[in-house]
Design a protein around this ligand. Structure first.
Ligand SMILES: Nc1ncnc2c1ncn2[C@@H]1O[C@H](COP(=O)(O)OP(=O)(O)OP(=O)(O)O)[C@@H](O)[C@H]1O
Ligand SMILES: [Mg+2]
Length: 322
């Protein structure tokens, strides 16, 4: 199916980036690169930071919003809801899919219902004692475990707890953290992989799989931003049945949450070949050096074209998306 594409020439495009989430720095990079790509295509783009604009004045200024916001507020349905309210078309998923994709325990619950493998997990409930949480983890997951915010991103505030002592310290630190909710996952030793999906001329394309082996314990914030701290391949060098499984699952995840236009689904591949879904990103990093752009390039899509495809997704949403 080939869709009729929107002529982008005379549109006033607002690239929304920054915001006030912990992922602000990554969002500014995404926005800056996407904005330059749009300018290089001769399009009319301006950078706008939702942390310092009035949403009700936005329709006087832009015709369409390219979302380059990551984390709470920008990726969880909130900005999407504001844009729906003021009547500005925006890229990517609607309110519901954004919320489902951002909240890891809800997303993992959906995967579990569909019998899609995801690491087992328990929530850190601040209303119960740290002792009780430690006991629950001991009996359900064992050690080591992986601790992360329920609505985090960029590997921020995430890490491995090798034993109960380390987990106790992490839970105590979590209670003072800006993220309201934390979870503890079964630790899966393996290779971190990701699969990008982007709509091209009305059809979702599954991009080549990206794999990474960080030099440290896991794919943390530092190794995501410093290429010397990781070894990566795109297309992945994992066996074809494994990469095919990830591509198949990425597409199922897109349908499962009702994501629109663009998505990145993250996996761990264990030593035995186990493919388990970690999480998904409805507004994946858009920087020219990021994983989505790397996967697009491996799939023959140059960076400015990728940004153009993402922009088109603002005009290919069904008339009503929850
Ligand atoms: N259960 C786990 N077992 C082992 N490692 C894990 C586990 N969960 C996460 N990791 C490691 O942490 C990295 C980041 O995890 P995850 O993708 O869940 O977090 P994120 O902060 O949402 O990431 P993103 O940057 O994609 O938004 C993974 O790539 C992996 O290296
Ligand atoms: Mg991830």
């Amino acid at each position: 199916m080939s869709a009729k594409l929107r002529d982008l020439t005379d549109l006033r495009i607002g690239v929304l980036c920054g915001g006030d989430s912990p992922e602000r720095a990554g969002s500014l990079a995404s926005g800056d690169h996407a904005h330059r790509a749009l300018l290089s295509l001769g399009l009319n783009s301006e950078l706008l930071d939702p942390a310092s604009i009035r949403m009700d004045l936005l329709p006087d200024r832009i015709d369409v919003a390219l979302l380059a916001l990551h984390g709470p507020g920008g990726e969880d349905g909130k900005i999407q809801g504001s844009l729906e309210t003021v009547g500005i078309p925006y890229t990517g998923s609607g309110v519901l899919a954004s919320a489902l994709g951002m909240h890891k325990p809800t997303f993992k619950g959906l995967l579990t219902q569909e019998r899609i493998d995801t690491p087992r997990w328990v929530m850190v409930d601040p209303k119960i004692s740290v002792e009780s949480t430690l006991s629950m983890v001991r009996h359900t997951l064992g050690f080591p475990v992986f601790v992360k915010p329920a609505s985090g991103g960029g590997s921020l505030a995430a890490g491995i707890a090798k034993d109960e002592h380390a987990l106790r310290a992490m839970i105590e630190a979590a209670q003072a953290d800006q993220y309201a909710e934390f979870m503890v996952e079964e630790y899966v030793q393996g290779i971190a992989c990701t699969v990008g999906l982007v709509e091209v001329e009305g059809r979702v394309r599954t991009l080549p799989v990206h794999d990474v082996e960080p030099k440290g314990d896991f794919y943390d914030y530092a190794s995501k931003h410093d290429a010397s701290l990781r070894t990566e391949h795109c297309p992945s060098i994992l066996p074809a049945p494994t990469t095919d499984t990830m591509k198949y699952l990425a597409d199922r995840v897109l349908r499962l949450i009702g994501a629109h236009g663009v998505l990145r689904v993250d996996f761990m591949v264990g030593a035995s070949g186990r493919v388990t879904v970690l999480e998904c990103n409805t507004v994946p990093g858009l920087s020219e050096l990021g994983n989505l752009a790397t996967m697009a390039a491996a799939g023959g899509i140059p960076y400015p074209t990728l940004v153009q495809h993402v922009l088109q997704t603002a005009y290919t949403k069904p008339a009503y998306v929850p």
